[in-house]
Design a protein around this ligand. Structure first.
Ligand SMILES: NC(=O)c1ccc[n+]([C@@H]2O[C@H](COP(=O)([O-])OP(=O)(O)OC[C@H]3O[C@@H](n4cnc5c(N)ncnc54)[C@H](O)[C@@H]3O)[C@@H](O)[C@H]2O)c1
Length: 293
């Protein structure tokens, strides 16, 4: 039995991670303000604390006795970060700083930080971790700052940290209308409701899709690994798929909408660092994942 903290444990990925930790008999404390997550997603065996990560004084006592902190709480809505960079900065940057400070003061052994491929911006493919980040949205920049804080807390205070740069995560509980809608659940809902699939832009933009259970395994591997120095690690499938290809897989008529600002065009991860440092590899492909949904 160990005590783990999952911030954002009422959200999409955090709730799956909590389930996985509980299934191994661990004690888990979920911290979430339910801004985007749902109480019913939180495993009944987890201890739930409705606390905002912006509130350091409430956060701090909750970290006592924790071995590791999986920090997933964020406002990941890229378009909201463009409309309202100040409030999203407070959650994504100040909230992350609060988590690191509370972890340091409580003597936590490691913080595993959920970062994103959105920090890269336009890059040659496949995208490697040592490319210079060129975020095209405040959200991408927020996560990059979070990563830098993770490194700094290791260098200054010897707090072990690791940043996982997820690519496009999909799987159950990712709602089409949820915190940041994603093409697969939107298309599945549109097909179910007999609507045309709405393709943003020309549909040739690509994403790298990684199934949620693989992202959960990456978190566990990062906790168990020797990585301590805040290294950033890509968690992606290593394959790019266009929106048009997804529409084809789903097999339904489409309609094109104008492109959106702040979004990267082509995305594909180089995941060799995850294989090397974490012994991690993706196990569920796009077609298999869509069939599961
Ligand atoms: N889903 C993806 O494709 C993806 C890709 C890259 C990175 N990420 C990152 O992974 C993490 C989890 O993403 P997700 O898809 O599960 O998102 P999600 O929105 O489902 O989960 C985020 C959770 O954080 C909680 N939260 C938000 N603000 C909070 C605050 N101030 N205090 C406490 N809790 C707060 C929300 O209520 C929600 O439950 C996020 O950090 C996100 O940036 C996700």
């Amino acid at each position: 039995m160990s005590k783990y903290i999952v911030t954002g444990g009422a959200g999409f990925i955090g709730s799956h991670l909590t389930d996985r930790l509980i299934s191994e008999g661990h004690e888990v404390r979920v911290i979430d303000n339910l801004m985007l997550g749902k109480k019913e997603y939180v495993n009944k065996k987890a201890e739930f604390k409705k606390v905002d990560i912006r509130d350091f004084n409430k956060l701090k006592p909750l970290f006592k006795g924790a071995e590791a902190v999986f920090h997933l709480a964020a406002d990941p809505r890229l378009q909201v970060s463009i409309e309202d960079p100040i409030s999203t900065h407070e959650i994504n940057v100040t909230g992350t700083l609060n988590v690191l400070q509370a972890a340091k003061e409580a003597g936590v052994k490691k913080v595993i930080f959920s970062s994103t491929c959105a920090l890269y911006g336009e890059q040659p493919l496949p995208i490697k971790e040592d490319f210079v980040p060129r975020p095209v949205s405040p959200y991408g920049l927020h996560k990059y700052i979070g990563e830098q804080y993770c490194r700094l807390f290791h260098n200054l205070f010897r707090l072990a940290t690791v940043s996982l740069r997820y690519f496009n995560v999909f799987g159950p509980r990712k709602l089409a209308t949820g915190s940041y809608p994603m093409v697969i659940p939107i298309f599945l809902r549109q097909k179910k409701e007999g609507e045309k699939l709405t393709v943003v832009g020309d549909g040739r933009a690509t994403r790298d899709y990684v199934y949620v259970s693989d992202v959960v395994e990456a978190n566990i591997a990062a906790w168990k690994s020797d990585v301590r120095d805040g290294a950033a690690i890509n968690i992606g499938s290593g394959k790019q798929t266009s929106v048009n290809e997804i529409a084809e897989l789903i097999g339904w008529p489409t309609v094109n909408l104008p492109p959106r600002p702040g979004e990267m065009r082509f995305i594909e991860a180089d995941n060799s660092r995850a294989r090397e440092l974490l012994g991690w590899e993706p196990t569920i492909g796009l077609e298999e994942g869509i069939n599961k949904l």
